[in-house]
Design a protein. Sequence first.
Length: 118
Amino acid sequence: VQLQASGGGLAQPGGSLRLSCAASGIFFNNYAMGWYRQTPGKQRELVATISSSSVTETADSVKGRFAISRDNARNSGYLQMNSLKPEDTAVYYCNANRWLRGRYFDYWGQGTLVTVSS
């Protein structure tokens, strides 16, 4: 199983980036997907989630600016980030998870760095 996150980079305040997470080795349709972020010395925090039926939730800190989506045909999830702020600077990780027959399956991508700076 592999989750490959991409799309990070340098953006100016007010700018946009789109992160992608490509999944392989799982039937992506059955998995919920999430984006998390982490900065040095802090715990990883939830940014947004999307269920297998495409119900979304977004953290208050990014609500109205970030949007999570998925394309099951491409085994991929996305995080559209608009109106970026310096405090959005972090390593962003994608996650895929599901419960199946009493077992919890949880997979993580390698992280992609987002830097918001002028």
